[in-house]
Design a protein. Structure first.
Lengths: 288, 297
């Protein structure tokens, strides 16, 4: 199975719009949404059935038993995350706690215990033909990279027949969830936007992906909102010898199509026509 | 530079956030700072800091941001594996009679140092990014940039929001990262008011719901700016009306604005009509924060 990951650096360039079109065009048997912080792919992937849900436990969090606490201050002094405050009694802020368990270790009376904590929810949609793995990180949780890894694991373990291609929608940025999503994929398609911000963020995500020994391709979305910047993106790709797989025009129909829960290849529209070409080129590159 | 800058903002701190990326956080943040008589703009979106591309400031200060990571003295390590067993992040392994440390996975908790009976582990600084301070007309800019390959920008955000950057008596605009995870919580914790920027799509609404819950959880006063508004139905507006959420401003979808913004221009400095949108938004915010001070002193 070849895995194609869609990234962008900057948010809102069209990752999910393009991922959903690719899923339709390839009739993908396996796909996943790794943007666990703000997942959206489920909104337009046309599943009527309910997913199988399971709690995702992140790292344990510290809890303090005030009956045993002798207020020695050791826990607060040693916590690197400012998660412990003295407000008449010692209190642990579960949002700041990263679960390192240093406080449990230094507590002389055993007043602090590490307890399991739900950090998100995994969802798996499946029928006879296909599987779709997604998740939602709980508000304010950290460690989204671990959940991203779980989403990919869940997808792989649910596949029972020969699957040629899996399409993975990624998250914006270059941090922990992006790094976790990059691991093990065969190719990254970067959806760039012809704005100064889009170019800057594209270059940072390329730099991040280069270390992963995966093919990198770039396409431009809404290329005609700024032709000069689009030319710059193509130049950067040429210069860095990255696969340039095409450009998609701005299309005012897209908002309407997405808001009706469809993908841009379900309706006859200019962005839908152009995305087909991007899709063909991407698949050629992925399989050759 | 156009006249009639907004005054009377005091030292209010406004955080601009949105669940989804690309809804216009930076557009709103940059332009709010630009229409204020005096402002500090803090870019907490350290994975993809873009505000400086608009301000093009003259940089006056730079500071490397480092975290502590362990290093091992191989002569002292006797292979007891206490550190390996203690580390909840699996950042240490002992293979082939040697302790290996994975810097990128380390959360800098210091636990391994505490548990090592041989005192074979010590800490060293590892630079994960940089904070720059710059000036552009009426705005002081702080921007944090996470190095590529680094997993977490939280230490940079904490430093960006340290008191010295926030205490000055002027408007502070905090441009937050997307999402509703721990990094966003760090960014809004000191804010007096939160602006949620939403776009008129199904995706926009879904992610607006998440940040709406976040600001409610933190008991922050907040309002919504609807960006890229079209003539068609706006699901984000509908959501606000249904949930009785205050709409502060509606920014129309506009090719001219899009082009200026895509070229890294500050639209409020380019055209009176855009300046009006953002100065009336800022005036509204001043009133909102004052009201809040009366209701919840």
């Amino acid at each position: 199975m070849k895995q194609l990951l869609i990234l962008s650096g900057k948010g809102g360039t069209g990752k999910t719009t393009i991922a959903s079109a690719f899923i339709k065009l390839s009739q993908a048997k396996a796909y996943a949404d790794c943007d666990v912080d703000a997942p959206n792919l489920h909104l337009i992937s046309g599943w009527n059935s309910e997913p199988t849900r399971s709690d995702y436990y992140g790292l344990q969090k510290a809890e303090i038993d005030l009956n045993q606490c002798i207020q020695c201050d050791q826990c607060r002094e040693n916590c690197r995350f400012d998660a412990i405050k003295l407000d008449e009694v010692y209190k642990i802020n579960p949002y700041a706690c990263e679960g390192c368990s240093v406080c449990e270790f230094v507590c002389p009376t055993g007043a602090i215990k590490m307890v399991p904590a739900v950090a998100g929810e995994l969802m798996l949609y499946s029928d006879k033909e296909k599987v779709f793995s997604t998740a939602q990180l709980k508000m304010g949780s950290g460690n989204s990279g671990l959940l991203v890894t779980e989403v990919k694991k869940q997808m792989k373990s649910a596949i029972n027949e020969e699957v040629k291609v899996a399409i993975i929608d990624g998250s914006p940025g270059i941090g922990c969830p992006v790094i976790a999503s990059l691991s093990g994929v065969d190719m990254v398609l970067i959806v760039a936007e012809p704005t100064v911000s889009g170019i800057s963020d594209m270059q940072r995500v390329i730099k991040t992906a280069v270390g992963f020994n995966t093919k990198i391709a770039v396409c431009i979305n809404k290329y005609d909102i700024n032709i000069d910047n689009s030319n710059k993106i193509e130049e950067i790709c040429n210069h860095q010898e990255l696969d340039f797989v095409g450009k998609i025009p701005f299309d005012s129909e897209v908002v309407k199509i997405i808001n009706s829960g469809q993908t841009i290849v379900d309706v006859d529209c200019i962005s839908g026509q152009e995305v087909k070409e991007v899709y063909e080129k991407t698949m050629n590159s992925l399989f050759n | 530079m156009l006249d009639f800058m907004v005054e009377g903002t005091g030292n209010m701190k406004i955080a601009v956030l949105s669940g989804k990326g690309g809804t216009g956080k930076t557009l709103v943040s940059v332009n709010l700072a630009a229409v204020s008589k005096e402002a500090t703009y803090i870019d907490c979106d350290v994975e993809e800091a873009n505000g400086h591309l608009f301000f093009k400031p003259q940089w006056i200060e730079k500071e490397d941001i480092a975290v502590k990571i362990p290093q091992v003295d191989k002569k002292l390590c006797d292979g007891c594996r206490n550190c390996v067993n203690f580390c909840k992040f699996n950042a240490l392994v002992y293979v082939n009679d040697e302790l290996k440390i994975f810097d990128e996975i380390c959360h800098s908790c210091g636990g391994c140092i505490l548990v090592c009976p041989q005192k074979a582990l010590t800490e060293k600084d590892k630079i994960i990014g940089i904070i720059k301070k710059g000036i552009s007309d009426n705005v002081t800019i702080y921007t944090g940039v996470l190095n590529t390959g680094e997993p977490s920008g939280v230490p940079i955000i904490n430093k960006l929001l340290s008191e010295k950057n926030l205490k000055e008596n002027k408007l502070t605009v905090i441009d937050c990262p997307p999402g509703s995870s721990c990094v966003v919580m760090e960014s809004i914790k000191d804010a007096d008011y939160c602006i949620l920027v939403a776009e008129p799509t199904l995706f926009g609404v879904h992610n607006l719901k998440m940040v709406y819950q976040l600001v409610k959880l933190f008991d922050k006063p907040f309002g919504v700016v609807l960006n890229k508004c079209l003539k068609e139905d706006n699901p984000a507006e509908k959501y606000c009306l249904e949930n009785d959420i205050k709409i502060l401003s509606k920014i129309p979808f506009d090719n001219e604005l899009g082009t200026l913004n895509s070229n890294g221009e500050i639209v409020a400095n380019k055209d009176e009509k855009y300046k009006k949108i953002f100065s009336s938004l800022l005036n509204k915010l001043v009133k909102e924060v004052q009201n809040e001070a009366v209701v919840n002193p």
